[in-house]
Write a protein that binds this ligand. Structure first.
Ligand code: 8YV
Length: 330
């Protein structure tokens, strides 16, 4: 087989069949069923020993891997799959895959952008409102019967018209900005580069952004470039009246620094859909009433997950048909 050059998501035609397909981890039922029925996909066992036996038998056959962006194909697994040509991700993020290693090996990747933008931005808006107005905490207060025993719930923070910083003004960041603009908020942002025509105030670093706003919303992709981008210095810049919302990846925030800032009253609150070591959420965070915790449900609506599943399958079929990807990354 000719070594593919793959500019712009394409590879030269090859006479070798593209496949077999390997499923890694659990996926949306539509994806799992289609992989099994239409592609007789192999499935990587979860158990470490079974996985070794499986790889001894099948590693050399696999040409396409399908996985969630969080599970991905790490460097070690990539090293075990010598004929891997493409990784098709279910999800917009693909930080579970070693993108640098994939690029070095000429392995192409796809993700599922756009179809989940609204659902994730809705989640950011919900966390924003919840952490400032303490709706979840107030709900717990009613359920505990405290309204009847202790009287009215304490006053909370006004949510409309605040200064909000968006860390990462990509598709999701812009959709969050759009929603918060409707609440009369003043939007600031930090990106690696200013976004032409963004219409919002740019700041040169996460700390400068944090210092200028009341609420910092994290919407940057996960991965090595953004690990602990929100560190103790950024949290201190946000300050004791400041709030953090994270719908990106837990790895973007230094979780230890976040817990310390919250426990010591150096940050007013946090709304978190994502966590450093999911599904583990540190007990210290779970104890705090001024923290809203969601189990990574940003894109988890029936409609959005269905659209993500369909786009995942379109990428797979396109790759198998002619070596192109509908929504390539990298
Ligand atoms: C999903 C996500 O939770 O798209 C992403 O990057 O994190 C979410 O939409 C995930 O991909 C599903 O496993």
């Amino acid at each position: 087989m000719t070594e593919p050059t793959r500019p712009g998501g394409t590879v030269p035609q090859s006479t070798a069949p593209r496949g077999p397909v390997l499923q890694i981890g659990a996926l949306h039922p539509l994806v799992e069923e289609t992989l099994a029925a239409d592609h007789s996909a192999l499935r990587l066992p979860a158990d470490a020993r079974d996985r070794e036996d499986f790889l001894d038998r099948h590693a050399g056959e696999v040409r396409v891997a399908v996985c969630s962006g969080r599970t991905g194909v790490d460097r070690e697994l990539m090293g075990r799959l010598p004929r891997l040509e493409a990784v098709v991700h279910f999800g917009v993020g693909y930080d579970g895959t070693d993108a640098a290693e994939a690029a070095a090996r000429g392995i192409r990747m796809s993700n599922t952008p756009d179809v989940l933008t609204d659902a994730v931005a809705d989640t950011a808006l919900a966390l924003y409102l919840d952490v400032l107005r303490r709706f979840s905490a107030a709900d717990r207060f009613v359920r505990r019967g405290e309204w009847e025993t202790t009287g009215d719930y304490p006053l909370t923070e006004h949510a409309s018209g605040r200064r909000v910083g968006i860390l990462g003004l990509g598709r999701i960041g812009r959709a969050v900005a759009h929603r918060l603009t409707a609440l009369g908020c003043e939007i600031h942002y930090h990106n690696r580069r200013p976004v032409p025509g963004a219409g919002h105030r740019y700041h040169g670093s996460p700390a400068e952004l944090a210092a200028a706003v009341d609420v910092l919303v994290v919407a940057v992709p996960g991965g090595p470039d953004s690990t602990a981008l929100v560190d103790a210095a950024v949290l201190d810049a946000l300050g004791p009246q400041g709030f953090l919302v994270n719908v990106a990846r837990g790895t973007v925030v230094d979780e230890t620094a976040l817990v310390a800032a919250l426990e010591e009253g150096r940050l007013a609150g946090a709304g978190l859909d994502v966590h450093r070591a999911e599904p583990h959420v540190p007990p210290a965070l779970r104890r705090l009433e001024n923290v809203v915790l969601l189990p990574h449900v940003g894109s988890a609506t029936v409609q959005t997950r269905r659209a993500m599943a369909e786009l995942t399958l379109r990428n797979l079929r396109s790759w198998l048909a002619d070596g192109t990807l509908v929504t390539p990354v990298g």
